[in-house]
Design a protein around this ligand. Structure first.
Ligand code: SAH
Ligand code: SF4
Ligand code: F3S
Length: 464
């Protein structure tokens, strides 16, 4: 960590210690995280800073001294959620003028957004973008010093920051950034505008971090990047994603390696071979296809065709017949016709996806697709989404039915969200399994016999 950061952290920490002494309780903080795992990881770092400042974590807004919204703008819905939350906070601030409120993340990084929030939400004390989260200590210090609202959004990314603190949610699994940003400019997508260009971390730094995590008890890592397959290419020193995976595979004590997300355009045979040869890299390909129509894929600037995608799936099946394949699909991209949509349905049936995240296209200002003709009504788009989800549900159910009576290895993650009496865990293929067991199993990999298949989850019983 930079010396400057450490200086501000120490200053804030001693003030907060004094506060705790005088008030008999520590200051508390709360971060609302919207969006993807990149944001989850960023929130872990922000929490890391706040913990070092002496803040304690709370789940209750009413008792928080500092509330931060780490925002997402991938679709309009994500933004509306943030804005309604921001509205709620206004009342809290009225009741508690000492409350600090911050807004950061992807939404703020959009052109003009910081100014909009500055003027429309005077209860916000702090605004920063995705490129300057490492400056949180300075901003908080300035707020403590009464230097007024802190609003800083850098237009461009800076050099990668290593060695930032982090507060990790789970002791046994961890998110690890490998490449930041995105160079692909899919025409519908805002991410390249709010996360900057691709920047890979050095392989040695990643290996070192994972080794340290394993020492601390982590057995599963999820490597993060908008397009992990292009990891290393910007370093121009021969570093590749396949090479990184081979290094991580050697780490003793590490049991599972996952990664998010693969772009089909650079999934190579070498990579599939590497994954097939490793017992740690999970049996799961999340390979977003977006559409089954080559015409739409071209308009989306995805740089592959339906046939290319089907060839990739065949390649995966050849080396790893048991691997789960999941995807992301957008329906109602501007100009998508019924015939285009039927190509998507056809592709889904051919691939037999285990599951998929499906979205209705959402217009993002500033992206090329935002100005494309879009004559299809929202009603029709909703109807397409429903038809697609029905087909996916049937396929998912059929695949899961085939798992009944099979024994699978499950990393136990914690109590089930729907029934806290039961445990919930994940298979290597990333399927959720619910079963009865003692909480001492949390964080361990156990064998479970599948007793009942449902469309999106499996029920099971401990096999040993
Ligand atoms: N980098 C990842 C995707 C990150 S965004 C990749 O390329 O696969 C996650 C998903 O959100 C995308 O795969 C896409 O399906 C969806 N998405 C992105 N922009 C969208 C938009 N404008 N409208 C609807 N869905 C969108
Ligand atoms: Fe968005 Fe495409 Fe980049 Fe994924 S690869 S983040 S969809 S631009
Ligand atoms: Fe959202 Fe930013 Fe992720 S826009 S999906 S939080 S990279």
């Amino acid at each position: 960590m930079q010396e400057e950061q450490a200086y501000y952290l120490n200053q804030i920490c001693s003030e907060n210690a004094l506060y705790a002494q005088q008030n008999g309780k520590s200051k508390k903080c709360l971060i609302h995280t919207f969006g993807c795992q990149m944001n989850e990881r960023d929130s872990e770092i922000l929490f890391g800073f706040l913990t070092q400042m002496g803040y304690e974590k709370t789940e209750k807004e009413s008792e928080a001294d500092f509330i931060l919204l780490n925002t997402c703008c991938i679709r309009e819905k994500a933004e509306s959620k943030v804005l309604s939350q921001l509205g709620e906070l206004k009342k809290l601030k009225q009741n508690n003028p000492d409350l600090l409120i911050g807004v950061c993340g992807c939404m703020v990084q959009q052109k003009g957004m910081a100014d909009t929030i500055r003027s429309s939400a005077p209860h916000v004390d702090l605004i920063f973008g995705t490129h300057n989260l490492h400056n949180l200590p300075v901003y908080v210090y300035n707020l403590y010093r009464g230097k007024g609202r802190q609003i800083t959004v850098l237009e461009q990314e800076e050099a990668i920051q290593e060695g930032m603190p982090a507060y990790r949610e789970y002791p046994f699994k961890a998110l690890v950034n490998i490449v930041y940003g995105c160079n692909n400019f899919c025409t519908y997508c805002i991410v390249p505008y709010v996360r900057g260009r691709e920047r890979s971390r050095k392989q040695a730094d990643i290996v070192q971090e994972v080794k340290q995590l394993v020492k601390e008890g982590v057995i599963e890592v999820t490597l993060l990047g908008q397009n992990v397959n292009s990891y290393g290419l910007d370093l121009h020193d021969g570093t590749t994603f396949a090479g990184l995976l081979r290094e991580l595979d050697k780490i003793e004590g590490l049991r599972r390696i996952r990664y998010m997300t693969s772009h089909p355009k650079d999934l190579t045979e070498e990579l599939v071979q590497t994954i097939a040869a490793s017992s740690k890299i999970c049996n799961h390909f999340h390979l977003p296809v977006q559409s089954g129509s080559s015409r739409i894929l071209k308009l989306m600037n995805r740089r592959y065709t339906k046939e290319d995608y089907l060839r990739l799936v065949a390649l995966i099946r050849r080396y790893m017949p048991d691997a789960a394949i999941t995807t992301d699909i957008i329906v109602g991209f501007p100009g998508e016709t019924e015939a285009d949509f039927l190509e998507t349905i056809d592709l889904v049936k051919q691939v037999q996806f285990d599951s998929a995240f499906t979205f209705i296209y959402s217009r993002r200002t500033g992206t090329p697709a935002a100005i494309m003709e879009d004559p299809i009504s929202l009603e029709e788009k909703k109807e397409r989404l429903q038809r697609l989800n029905d087909v996916l549900g049937e396929i998912g159910r059929h695949i899961n039915d085939g798992l009944e009576d099979k024994v699978v290895e499950v990393l136990v993650e914690g109590p089930s969200k729907t029934n806290t009496e039961m445990l919930s865990g994940r298979t290597s293929t990333n399927k959720t399994v619910i079963f009865a067991g003692d909480s001492s199993l949390i964080g361990r990999i156990v064998k479970v016999t599948i007793t009942e298949a449902q469309t999106w989850i499996l029920k099971g019983a401990l096999a040993e």
